[in-house]
Design a protein around this ligand. Structure first.
Ligand code: SF4
Length: 367
């Protein structure tokens, strides 16, 4: 895997910067402001996306802020320029989902992913602007999805890995009814400056326990564990070199104003004296396809690619990880050409170690 692909597999769109919640660990700098994406931005993005979708599977992920805070009428205007081959996804805190939103999702074929951290006692950092727990409102949104028979994914943030938590969470999400689950160990990113340094054994043990919980009842697609097992299987089959894509997916994030940040949505909305606003261009003046063709020339992107090469030559986990995320390097190390971060220790290295720990603890005795 070298360099950046010219065509992404999906685009992240920010219909509004606003979020109606104020989660304690949120990284978004502008979540109290309602800066909305005008339809002209969506039209410009669709001009590049529609041809890509015609020649292969392609997704637009509506991400905020809280995308539903833009309202149905505005979101419909942003969806309108995209052709029928484009798949739409929305990442939402679920608190605004009601029957009308469910009808909207069904009408537009939008796939929903809900952010929820587990049962009430584990969900205390997802709060309203007034500091009140959002849990009941999240569950009301999930209940609406279930009432309408709409499948949904879930995304959970884990801040304090501890024994028993992985099993508790997995059982909770089985009951919640999601069909895909992603788990993020809390990251130090954006305006969230809390440390993400965690006890190594606790994090490895969390992932090992999660594998065990999942193997007992693997009804949910568990993003991190399935990827790890796929990698382990490829290593055993001698095909691990074929697993990562040949080039990095640019994952363009299109901000409300049309500016494009590649590789890490978490960098959008930030500026730095060395790196400027991190953007590689604006779709209102340059076609998205053209911006991506030249993205490798964005100064910080070149520095990041140097860091990826440093990972390749120094890290035994590179074939599994591919070099980590740009935003984690920037917010933890202050630059892009470093290598190991707390994020990659928690979510790459200890994840793979946890899967191997589970395998070691449960291997069958030799015949
Ligand atoms: S695990 Fe960390 S150090 Fe290793 S390749 Fe990934 S980002 Fe680089």
């Amino acid at each position: 895997m070298r360099g950046i692909a010219a065509v992404p597999s999906y685009v992240v769109m920010q219909p509004t910067t606003l979020c109606n919640l104020d989660c304690v660990y949120c990284y978004l700098p502008l979540r109290a402001a309602d800066r909305r994406m005008p339809p002209t931005v969506a039209e410009a993005v669709a001009a590049s996306v529609n041809p890509w979708a015609a020649s292969g599977r392609f997704s637009v992920v509506w991400h905020g802020g809280e995308p539903l805070a833009a309202g149905r009428e505005h979101l419909a205007a942003l969806l309108a320029p995209f052709g029928p081959a484009v798949e739409h996804h929305v990442q939402t805190n679920a608190t605004l989902i009601d029957d009308a939103w469910c009808a909207f999702f069904a009408e537009h074929g939008i796939r929903v992913s809900v952010s929820v951290d587990g049962p009430r006692a584990r969900n205390g950092e997802r709060v309203t602007r007034g500091g009140r727990p959002a849990y009941d409102r999240i569950l009301a949104g999930v209940a609406a999805l279930r009432r309408h028979g709409l499948p949904f994914s879930a995304l959970a943030v884990v801040s304090r890995p501890e024994p028993g938590l992985a099993t508790e969470l997995y059982d909770y999400f089985l009951d919640l009814g999601c069909d895909v689950l992603g788990i993020n160990i809390e990251e130090t990113e954006g305006v969230n400056t809390r440390t993400n340094a965690r006890d190594a054994a606790a994090v490895t043990g969390f992932w090992a326990e999660l594998v065990g919980a999942w193997r007992r009842d693997p009804r949910i697609h568990l993003r991190e564990i399935e990827w790890s097992l796929r990698y382990a299987g490829a290593v055993l089959a001698g095909t691990a070199d074929d697993l990562l894509p040949r080039r990095l997916d640019p994952i363009p994030t299109v901000s409300h104003d049309g500016s494009v940040v590649v590789l890490s949505p978490e960098l959008a909305g930030f500026t730095d004296p060395r790196y400027g606003d991190f953007s590689s261009g604006n779709v209102l003046t340059t076609p998205l396809a053209e911006i991506l063709t030249g993205a490798g020339r964005t100064p910080w992107v070149g520095e990041f690619l140097t860091g990826v090469e440093a990972c390749r030559s120094s890290c035994p986990y590179f074939g599994f990880c591919g070099g980590g995320h740009a935003a984690n390097r920037y917010f933890e190390l202050g630059r892009f050409d470093g290598t190991e971060t707390e994020h990659c220790r928690n979510s790459k290295i200890r994840l793979l170690e946890g899967v191997l720990e589970h395998a070691r603890d449960h291997e069958s005795p030799a015949a």
